[in-house]
Design a protein. Structure first.
Length: 157
């Protein structure tokens, strides 16, 4: 498994919150987290835009589900360079809907606003990490654009 950026829907799926996922798909999210946490480095932003979104679906207690556990683990290890890489991004608004890093990526202007933070982290990290997605179709709809911009998206379902 590659180092990467975790899209929020993986946490939601692993926690059983994503109602549109089947039990099998929720189990795939759980399996992904179980494997990922052991072997990979997670990229997050220094402005906490990602944590702001993650906490809508996860508990800081780390319970009762594996998505909560991973969220707390990530929070606790965010400064551990063997587990996490913090990347500075530059929000252009207080809702984390647009970022300076995306300015030259014109074809992503209409991409889902709430997901732009993940792309900004990827770009600021010099496109090293993979963005892992479970079930958001907008990532699939922009596949050609991501390929053109050399941004790697991996769908786990």
């Amino acid at each position: 498994m590659k180092n990467g950026i975790i899209e929020t829907n993986i946490f939601a799926g692993a926690n059983g919150i994503a109602d549109h996922l089947s039990e099998e798909e929720k189990n795939e999210c759980i399996l992904f987290i179980s494997k990922y946490i052991k072997d990979s480095i997670t990229y997050i932003d220094t402005s906490n835009a990602m944590f702001s979104e993650y906490k809508k679906y996860c508990s800081f207690s780390g319970k009762p589900n594996i998505g909560d556990y991973f969220f707390k683990w990530l929070w606790d290890n965010q400064n551990n360079k063997q587990k996490c890489t913090r990347v500075e991004i530059h929000p252009l608004d207080d809702k984390y809907f647009d970022f300076r890093e995306l300015a030259q990526y014109k074809k992503l202007k209409k991409f889902d606003k709430s997901d732009k933070k993940f792309i900004a982290v990827c770009i600021a990290a010099e496109k090293v990490p993979t963005i892992y997605n479970a079930c958001d179709s907008d990532w699939d709809e922009y596949k050609e654009v991501f390929d053109e911009y050399d941004i790697t998206i991996e769908k786990i379902l």
